[in-house]
Ligand binder design. Sequence first.
Ligand SMILES: Cc1cc2nc3c(=O)[nH]c(=O)nc-3n(C[C@H](O)[C@H](O)[C@H](O)COP(=O)(O)OP(=O)(O)OC[C@H]3O[C@@H](n4cnc5c(N)ncnc54)[C@H](O)[C@@H]3O)c2cc1C
Length: 387
Amino acid sequence: MTAPVPIDDVTIVGAGPAGAVAALVLARHGARVRLLDRARFPRPKLCGDTLNPGALALLDALVDTVPLRTRGLALSGMRLSGPGGARVEGRYPDGVAGLAVLRRDLDQWLVAQAVTAGATFDDGVLVRGPIMRDDAVAGVVVATPAGDRAHPSRLVLAADGRMSVLARACGLVTTPRRPRRWALGTYLDAVAGVDPGLGEMHVRPGGYLGIAPVPGGATNVCLVVPRTRAAAAVVDPWAAIRAAVAGDPHLAPRFADARPVARPVVLGPMALDATAAGAAGLLLAGDAAGFVDPMTGDGLRFAIAGGRLAADVAADVLAGRCRASEAPAVLARRRHALFAGKWRFNRGVRALVDGAPLVRAAAWAARAWPGAFEALVRYAGDVPRAA
Ligand SMILES: Cc1cc2nc3c(=O)[nH]c(=O)nc-3n(C[C@H](O)[C@H](O)[C@H](O)COP(=O)(O)OP(=O)(O)OC[C@H]3O[C@@H](n4cnc5c(N)ncnc54)[C@H](O)[C@@H]3O)c2cc1C
Protein backbone atom coordinates (compact mmCIF):
# COMPACT_ATOMS: atom_id res chain seq x y z
CA MET A 1 0.00 0.00 0.00
CA THR A 2 1.44 3.41 -0.92
CA ALA A 3 1.54 6.13 1.76
CA PRO A 4 -0.84 9.06 1.17
CA VAL A 5 0.83 12.16 -0.33
CA PRO A 6 1.15 14.75 2.50
CA ILE A 7 -0.70 17.99 1.78
CA ASP A 8 1.35 21.15 1.63
CA ASP A 9 1.66 23.27 4.77
CA VAL A 10 1.51 26.45 2.72
CA THR A 11 0.61 27.03 -0.92
CA ILE A 12 1.88 30.36 -2.17
CA VAL A 13 0.21 31.73 -5.28
CA GLY A 14 2.43 34.08 -7.28
CA ALA A 15 6.21 33.82 -7.58
CA GLY A 16 7.01 37.53 -7.77
CA PRO A 17 9.21 38.99 -5.01
CA ALA A 18 6.49 38.73 -2.32
CA GLY A 19 5.78 35.06 -3.01
CA ALA A 20 9.40 34.02 -3.53
CA VAL A 21 10.55 35.72 -0.31
CA ALA A 22 7.65 34.17 1.64
CA ALA A 23 8.55 30.74 0.21
CA LEU A 24 12.19 31.20 1.16
CA VAL A 25 11.36 32.22 4.74
CA LEU A 26 8.78 29.44 5.24
CA ALA A 27 11.08 26.78 3.81
CA ARG A 28 13.73 27.89 6.30
CA HIS A 29 11.12 27.50 9.06
CA GLY A 30 10.89 23.87 7.92
CA ALA A 31 7.44 24.16 6.30
CA ARG A 32 6.38 22.10 3.27
CA VAL A 33 5.84 25.00 0.92
CA ARG A 34 4.74 25.06 -2.71
CA LEU A 35 5.06 28.14 -4.88
CA LEU A 36 2.75 28.34 -7.92
CA ASP A 37 2.84 30.79 -10.81
CA ARG A 38 0.77 30.93 -13.96
CA ALA A 39 3.75 32.20 -15.99
CA ARG A 40 6.65 30.13 -17.23
CA PHE A 41 9.82 31.46 -15.62
CA PRO A 42 11.86 33.46 -16.27
CA ARG A 43 9.18 35.96 -17.25
CA PRO A 44 9.18 39.76 -17.77
CA LYS A 45 7.14 42.09 -15.54
CA LEU A 46 6.13 45.72 -16.09
CA CYS A 47 8.20 47.63 -13.54
CA GLY A 48 10.75 50.44 -13.31
CA ASP A 49 13.34 47.70 -12.61
CA THR A 50 14.79 49.45 -9.56
CA LEU A 51 15.29 47.99 -6.11
CA ASN A 52 15.59 50.87 -3.67
CA PRO A 53 18.28 50.78 -0.93
CA GLY A 54 15.75 49.61 1.67
CA ALA A 55 14.63 46.69 -0.50
CA LEU A 56 18.22 45.71 -1.16
CA ALA A 57 19.01 45.82 2.57
CA LEU A 58 16.08 43.48 3.25
CA LEU A 59 17.42 41.02 0.69
CA ASP A 60 20.92 41.34 2.18
CA ALA A 61 19.50 40.23 5.51
CA LEU A 62 18.08 37.09 3.89
CA VAL A 63 20.56 35.96 1.25
CA ASP A 64 23.95 36.64 -0.32
CA THR A 65 23.08 39.32 -2.89
CA VAL A 66 26.51 39.48 -4.52
CA PRO A 67 25.42 37.32 -7.50
CA LEU A 68 22.34 39.53 -7.96
CA ARG A 69 24.38 42.73 -7.81
CA THR A 70 26.59 41.50 -10.66
CA ARG A 71 23.47 41.45 -12.86
CA GLY A 72 22.47 45.02 -12.04
CA LEU A 73 23.67 48.62 -11.97
CA ALA A 74 24.25 50.36 -8.65
CA LEU A 75 22.06 53.47 -8.24
CA SER A 76 23.41 56.20 -5.99
CA GLY A 77 20.41 58.55 -6.06
CA MET A 78 17.51 60.12 -7.93
CA ARG A 79 16.87 62.99 -10.29
CA LEU A 80 13.53 64.74 -10.10
CA SER A 81 12.02 67.30 -12.43
CA GLY A 82 8.78 69.22 -12.38
CA PRO A 83 6.96 71.42 -14.87
CA GLY A 84 8.51 74.76 -15.73
CA GLY A 85 12.09 73.51 -15.79
CA ALA A 86 12.60 72.79 -12.06
CA ARG A 87 15.21 70.04 -11.65
CA VAL A 88 17.00 68.57 -8.63
CA GLU A 89 19.27 65.64 -7.89
CA GLY A 90 19.45 63.80 -4.56
CA ARG A 91 22.11 61.29 -3.52
CA TYR A 92 21.87 58.48 -0.98
CA PRO A 93 24.39 58.64 1.88
CA ASP A 94 27.92 57.35 1.16
CA GLY A 95 28.07 53.58 0.67
CA VAL A 96 24.29 53.25 0.20
CA ALA A 97 22.86 52.31 -3.19
CA GLY A 98 19.87 50.84 -4.89
CA LEU A 99 20.05 48.45 -7.84
CA ALA A 100 18.66 48.62 -11.36
CA VAL A 101 18.02 45.02 -12.39
CA LEU A 102 15.63 43.49 -14.92
CA ARG A 103 12.62 41.97 -13.19
CA ARG A 104 13.04 38.91 -15.34
CA ASP A 105 16.43 38.35 -13.66
CA LEU A 106 15.49 39.49 -10.15
CA ASP A 107 12.38 37.30 -9.91
CA GLN A 108 14.09 34.23 -11.38
CA TRP A 109 16.98 34.64 -8.96
CA LEU A 110 14.66 35.03 -5.95
CA VAL A 111 12.71 31.90 -6.91
CA ALA A 112 16.01 30.01 -7.16
CA GLN A 113 16.85 31.14 -3.59
CA ALA A 114 13.48 29.81 -2.39
CA VAL A 115 14.02 26.46 -4.14
CA THR A 116 17.53 26.19 -2.64
CA ALA A 117 15.96 26.74 0.78
CA GLY A 118 13.62 23.77 0.16
CA ALA A 119 10.47 25.20 -1.47
CA THR A 120 8.85 23.43 -4.42
CA PHE A 121 8.19 25.66 -7.44
CA ASP A 122 5.62 24.82 -10.12
CA ASP A 123 5.42 27.38 -12.94
CA GLY A 124 2.86 27.46 -15.74
CA VAL A 125 0.10 26.72 -13.19
CA LEU A 126 -2.95 28.99 -13.25
CA VAL A 127 -4.84 29.29 -9.96
CA ARG A 128 -8.55 29.91 -10.51
CA GLY A 129 -9.60 30.60 -6.93
CA PRO A 130 -9.74 29.34 -3.36
CA ILE A 131 -11.20 26.07 -2.06
CA MET A 132 -13.56 27.00 0.78
CA ARG A 133 -14.29 24.66 3.69
CA ASP A 134 -16.30 25.77 6.75
CA ASP A 135 -15.89 29.44 5.73
CA ALA A 136 -12.11 29.10 5.61
CA VAL A 137 -9.70 28.87 2.69
CA ALA A 138 -8.45 25.26 2.59
CA GLY A 139 -6.43 25.28 -0.63
CA VAL A 140 -6.70 26.47 -4.22
CA VAL A 141 -8.29 25.33 -7.46
CA VAL A 142 -5.77 24.99 -10.28
CA ALA A 143 -6.48 24.75 -13.99
CA THR A 144 -5.11 21.64 -15.73
CA PRO A 145 -5.53 20.38 -19.29
CA ALA A 146 -7.91 17.76 -17.86
CA GLY A 147 -10.02 20.42 -16.09
CA ASP A 148 -9.94 22.16 -12.72
CA ARG A 149 -8.22 20.28 -9.87
CA ALA A 150 -8.40 20.92 -6.12
CA HIS A 151 -5.07 21.51 -4.43
CA PRO A 152 -5.64 21.32 -0.66
CA SER A 153 -3.26 23.07 1.72
CA ARG A 154 -3.16 23.94 5.45
CA LEU A 155 -2.65 27.62 4.62
CA VAL A 156 -2.69 29.71 1.45
CA LEU A 157 -0.65 32.85 0.88
CA ALA A 158 -1.87 35.13 -1.92
CA ALA A 159 1.07 36.89 -3.58
CA ASP A 160 -0.59 36.99 -6.98
CA GLY A 161 -0.23 40.70 -7.60
CA ARG A 162 -2.62 43.59 -8.18
CA MET A 163 -5.26 41.49 -9.91
CA SER A 164 -5.16 38.79 -7.19
CA VAL A 165 -7.91 36.21 -7.86
CA LEU A 166 -7.69 35.04 -4.25
CA ALA A 167 -8.00 38.47 -2.59
CA ARG A 168 -10.87 39.36 -4.94
CA ALA A 169 -12.68 36.03 -4.44
CA CYS A 170 -12.57 36.60 -0.67
CA GLY A 171 -13.75 40.23 -1.01
CA LEU A 172 -10.57 41.66 0.51
CA VAL A 173 -9.68 44.34 -2.04
CA THR A 174 -11.38 47.23 -3.80
CA THR A 175 -10.34 49.52 -6.64
CA PRO A 176 -10.49 53.11 -5.34
CA ARG A 177 -12.37 55.72 -7.38
CA ARG A 178 -9.36 58.00 -7.35
CA PRO A 179 -6.75 58.07 -8.62
CA ARG A 180 -7.43 56.11 -11.79
CA ARG A 181 -4.09 55.97 -13.50
CA TRP A 182 -2.64 53.66 -16.12
CA ALA A 183 1.01 52.72 -16.53
CA LEU A 184 2.86 51.84 -19.66
CA GLY A 185 6.42 50.67 -19.81
CA THR A 186 8.97 49.79 -22.41
CA TYR A 187 12.69 49.69 -23.09
CA LEU A 188 14.25 52.26 -25.40
CA ASP A 189 17.69 52.74 -26.80
CA ALA A 190 19.42 56.03 -27.48
CA VAL A 191 17.72 58.05 -24.73
CA ALA A 192 20.18 60.90 -24.29
CA GLY A 193 21.68 61.99 -20.97
CA VAL A 194 20.94 58.86 -18.93
CA ASP A 195 23.32 58.55 -15.98
CA PRO A 196 24.01 54.84 -15.31
CA GLY A 197 24.06 55.59 -11.57
CA LEU A 198 20.79 57.51 -11.19
CA GLY A 199 17.06 56.82 -11.39
CA GLU A 200 14.84 59.62 -12.68
CA MET A 201 11.30 60.80 -12.02
CA HIS A 202 9.73 63.55 -14.11
CA VAL A 203 6.45 64.74 -12.67
CA ARG A 204 4.05 66.62 -14.89
CA PRO A 205 0.39 67.58 -14.31
CA GLY A 206 -1.71 64.41 -14.04
CA GLY A 207 1.11 61.96 -14.55
CA TYR A 208 4.80 61.20 -14.54
CA LEU A 209 7.61 59.54 -16.45
CA GLY A 210 10.18 57.30 -14.76
CA ILE A 211 13.53 56.64 -16.41
CA ALA A 212 16.05 54.07 -15.26
CA PRO A 213 19.24 52.73 -16.82
CA VAL A 214 19.21 48.93 -17.10
CA PRO A 215 22.04 46.48 -17.73
CA GLY A 216 22.79 45.98 -21.41
CA GLY A 217 22.59 49.64 -22.38
CA ALA A 218 18.84 50.08 -22.83
CA THR A 219 16.71 52.46 -20.77
CA ASN A 220 13.58 51.51 -18.87
CA VAL A 221 10.86 54.10 -19.44
CA CYS A 222 7.55 53.97 -17.55
CA LEU A 223 4.82 56.51 -18.21
CA VAL A 224 1.87 56.95 -15.86
CA VAL A 225 -1.17 58.74 -17.27
CA PRO A 226 -4.66 59.63 -16.05
CA ARG A 227 -7.75 57.80 -17.31
CA THR A 228 -8.41 60.44 -19.96
CA ARG A 229 -5.13 59.54 -21.69
CA ALA A 230 -5.24 55.81 -21.00
CA ALA A 231 -7.20 54.74 -24.09
CA ALA A 232 -4.70 56.38 -26.44
CA ALA A 233 -1.84 54.79 -24.49
CA VAL A 234 -3.37 51.33 -24.91
CA VAL A 235 -3.82 51.81 -28.68
CA ASP A 236 -0.32 53.16 -29.32
CA PRO A 237 1.96 53.20 -26.24
CA TRP A 238 5.01 54.47 -28.14
CA ALA A 239 3.01 57.41 -29.50
CA ALA A 240 1.83 58.10 -25.92
CA ILE A 241 5.44 58.34 -24.71
CA ARG A 242 6.37 60.62 -27.61
CA ALA A 243 3.32 62.78 -26.88
CA ALA A 244 4.23 62.97 -23.18
CA VAL A 245 7.67 64.43 -23.93
CA ALA A 246 6.71 66.50 -26.99
CA GLY A 247 7.13 70.20 -26.34
CA ASP A 248 8.85 69.60 -22.99
CA PRO A 249 12.07 71.62 -23.21
CA HIS A 250 13.90 69.26 -20.83
CA LEU A 251 12.65 65.86 -22.01
CA ALA A 252 11.92 66.24 -25.74
CA PRO A 253 15.58 66.60 -26.87
CA ARG A 254 16.56 63.55 -24.83
CA PHE A 255 14.05 61.38 -26.73
CA ALA A 256 14.82 62.74 -30.21
CA ASP A 257 16.71 59.60 -31.32
CA ALA A 258 15.12 57.11 -28.92
CA ARG A 259 13.66 53.91 -30.36
CA PRO A 260 11.72 51.12 -28.64
CA VAL A 261 13.63 47.84 -28.29
CA ALA A 262 10.78 45.94 -26.62
CA ARG A 263 7.04 45.71 -27.01
CA PRO A 264 5.40 48.19 -24.57
CA VAL A 265 3.14 46.85 -21.81
CA VAL A 266 0.13 48.76 -20.47
CA LEU A 267 -1.82 48.13 -17.26
CA GLY A 268 -4.39 49.90 -15.13
CA PRO A 269 -6.13 51.19 -13.22
CA MET A 270 -3.22 50.72 -10.85
CA ALA A 271 -4.34 51.59 -7.34
CA LEU A 272 -5.79 48.87 -5.13
CA ASP A 273 -7.02 49.16 -1.53
CA ALA A 274 -7.11 46.15 0.80
CA THR A 275 -9.76 45.95 3.51
CA ALA A 276 -7.93 43.23 5.50
CA ALA A 277 -4.63 41.33 5.43
CA GLY A 278 -6.35 38.01 4.78
CA ALA A 279 -9.20 35.73 5.78
CA ALA A 280 -9.32 32.46 7.71
CA GLY A 281 -6.72 30.22 6.02
CA LEU A 282 -5.49 32.99 3.71
CA LEU A 283 -2.82 35.68 4.11
CA LEU A 284 -2.01 38.45 1.62
CA ALA A 285 1.41 39.75 0.59
CA GLY A 286 2.82 42.19 -1.94
CA ASP A 287 0.58 44.03 -4.40
CA ALA A 288 -2.24 41.58 -3.61
CA ALA A 289 -2.41 43.29 -0.20
CA GLY A 290 -2.84 46.77 -1.76
CA PHE A 291 -0.93 49.04 -4.09
CA VAL A 292 -0.54 52.79 -3.69
CA ASP A 293 1.48 54.16 -6.59
CA PRO A 294 4.76 53.31 -8.36
CA MET A 295 5.95 56.92 -8.22
CA THR A 296 7.96 56.42 -5.05
CA GLY A 297 9.62 53.27 -6.47
CA ASP A 298 9.14 51.22 -3.31
CA GLY A 299 6.66 48.50 -4.37
CA LEU A 300 9.43 45.91 -4.27
CA ARG A 301 10.38 46.86 -0.74
CA PHE A 302 6.71 46.47 0.34
CA ALA A 303 6.58 43.14 -1.50
CA ILE A 304 9.76 41.77 0.09
CA ALA A 305 8.93 43.01 3.60
CA GLY A 306 5.28 41.97 3.25
CA GLY A 307 6.24 38.49 2.02
CA ARG A 308 8.47 38.08 5.01
CA LEU A 309 5.83 39.29 7.49
CA ALA A 310 3.18 36.96 6.01
CA ALA A 311 5.62 34.03 6.14
CA ASP A 312 6.43 34.68 9.79
CA VAL A 313 2.73 34.79 10.71
CA ALA A 314 2.10 31.59 8.70
CA ALA A 315 5.00 29.92 10.54
CA ASP A 316 3.41 30.95 13.87
CA VAL A 317 0.12 29.34 12.78
CA LEU A 318 1.85 26.10 11.70
CA ALA A 319 3.72 25.94 15.02
CA GLY A 320 0.51 26.50 17.02
CA ARG A 321 1.63 29.91 18.32
CA CYS A 322 -1.25 31.72 16.57
CA ARG A 323 -4.76 30.57 15.60
CA ALA A 324 -5.46 30.51 11.87
CA SER A 325 -8.60 32.59 12.46
CA GLU A 326 -6.55 35.29 14.20
CA ALA A 327 -3.66 35.31 11.72
CA PRO A 328 -5.07 38.00 9.37
CA ALA A 329 -5.50 40.45 12.26
CA VAL A 330 -1.99 39.70 13.56
CA LEU A 331 -0.57 40.25 10.07
CA ALA A 332 -2.56 43.49 9.66
CA ARG A 333 -1.10 44.84 12.93
CA ARG A 334 2.46 43.96 11.91
CA ARG A 335 1.98 45.47 8.45
CA HIS A 336 0.56 48.63 9.98
CA ALA A 337 3.46 48.95 12.44
CA LEU A 338 6.02 48.61 9.63
CA PHE A 339 4.30 50.35 6.72
CA ALA A 340 1.82 52.98 7.96
CA GLY A 341 4.25 55.93 7.87
CA LYS A 342 5.38 55.15 4.33
CA TRP A 343 1.79 54.58 3.15
CA ARG A 344 0.91 58.08 4.39
CA PHE A 345 3.93 59.54 2.63
CA ASN A 346 3.03 57.75 -0.61
CA ARG A 347 -0.58 58.88 -0.48
CA GLY A 348 0.66 62.44 0.00
CA VAL A 349 2.93 62.12 -3.03
CA ARG A 350 0.10 60.56 -5.03
CA ALA A 351 -2.17 63.51 -4.20
CA LEU A 352 0.58 65.95 -5.16
CA VAL A 353 0.64 64.70 -8.76
CA ASP A 354 -2.99 65.74 -9.15
CA GLY A 355 -2.21 69.45 -8.80
CA ALA A 356 0.07 71.20 -11.29
CA PRO A 357 0.78 74.20 -9.01
CA LEU A 358 1.66 71.84 -6.17
CA VAL A 359 4.10 69.91 -8.35
CA ARG A 360 5.71 73.16 -9.46
CA ALA A 361 5.94 74.45 -5.89
CA ALA A 362 7.43 71.17 -4.65
CA ALA A 363 10.05 71.10 -7.39
CA TRP A 364 11.10 74.70 -6.69
CA ALA A 365 11.11 74.08 -2.94
CA ALA A 366 13.35 71.08 -3.49
CA ARG A 367 15.77 73.27 -5.45
CA ALA A 368 15.73 75.94 -2.77
CA TRP A 369 16.36 73.42 0.08
CA PRO A 370 18.55 70.68 -1.34
CA GLY A 371 19.13 69.26 2.17
CA ALA A 372 15.41 68.69 2.58
CA PHE A 373 15.26 67.09 -0.85
CA GLU A 374 18.12 64.71 0.01
CA ALA A 375 16.18 63.71 3.14
CA LEU A 376 13.12 63.09 0.98
CA VAL A 377 15.11 60.92 -1.44
CA ARG A 378 16.45 58.94 1.52
CA TYR A 379 12.95 58.44 2.93
CA ALA A 380 11.44 57.51 -0.44
CA GLY A 381 14.33 55.06 -0.93
CA ASP A 382 13.76 53.44 2.48
CA VAL A 383 17.42 54.03 3.28
CA PRO A 384 18.16 52.07 6.47
CA ARG A 385 18.34 54.34 9.56
CA ALA A 386 21.92 53.36 10.43
CA ALA A 387 23.22 54.56 7.03
C1 LIG B 1 4.79 50.95 -14.02
C2 LIG B 1 5.30 50.41 -12.72
C3 LIG B 1 6.61 50.67 -12.36
C4 LIG B 1 7.10 50.18 -11.14
N1 LIG B 1 8.38 50.43 -10.81
C5 LIG B 1 8.87 50.00 -9.62
C6 LIG B 1 10.22 50.22 -9.27
O1 LIG B 1 11.03 50.74 -10.05
N2 LIG B 1 10.64 49.81 -8.05
C7 LIG B 1 9.79 49.19 -7.17
O2 LIG B 1 10.21 48.87 -6.04
N3 LIG B 1 8.50 48.91 -7.50
C8 LIG B 1 8.03 49.29 -8.72
N4 LIG B 1 6.76 48.99 -9.06
C9 LIG B 1 5.93 48.17 -8.17
C10 LIG B 1 6.35 46.69 -8.26
O3 LIG B 1 6.41 46.29 -9.61
C11 LIG B 1 5.33 45.80 -7.51
O4 LIG B 1 5.03 46.40 -6.28
C12 LIG B 1 5.90 44.40 -7.30
O5 LIG B 1 6.06 43.74 -8.53
C13 LIG B 1 4.97 43.57 -6.42
O6 LIG B 1 5.46 42.27 -6.32
P1 LIG B 1 4.47 41.05 -6.02
O7 LIG B 1 5.34 39.87 -5.74
O8 LIG B 1 3.46 41.42 -5.02
O9 LIG B 1 3.64 40.85 -7.36
P2 LIG B 1 4.09 40.58 -8.86
O10 LIG B 1 5.49 40.93 -9.05
O11 LIG B 1 3.04 41.20 -9.69
O12 LIG B 1 3.99 38.99 -9.00
C14 LIG B 1 2.74 38.35 -9.00
C15 LIG B 1 2.91 36.97 -9.64
O13 LIG B 1 1.66 36.27 -9.51
C16 LIG B 1 1.44 35.54 -10.68
N5 LIG B 1 -0.01 35.30 -10.77
C17 LIG B 1 -0.98 36.25 -10.90
N6 LIG B 1 -2.19 35.67 -10.93
C18 LIG B 1 -1.99 34.34 -10.84
C19 LIG B 1 -2.86 33.22 -10.83
N7 LIG B 1 -4.19 33.34 -10.93
N8 LIG B 1 -2.31 31.97 -10.73
C20 LIG B 1 -0.97 31.82 -10.62
N9 LIG B 1 -0.10 32.85 -10.63
C21 LIG B 1 -0.60 34.10 -10.72
C22 LIG B 1 1.98 36.42 -11.79
O14 LIG B 1 2.31 35.66 -12.94
C23 LIG B 1 3.22 37.04 -11.13
O15 LIG B 1 4.40 36.31 -11.41
C24 LIG B 1 6.24 49.42 -10.28
C25 LIG B 1 4.94 49.13 -10.69
C26 LIG B 1 4.46 49.62 -11.88
C27 LIG B 1 3.06 49.29 -12.30
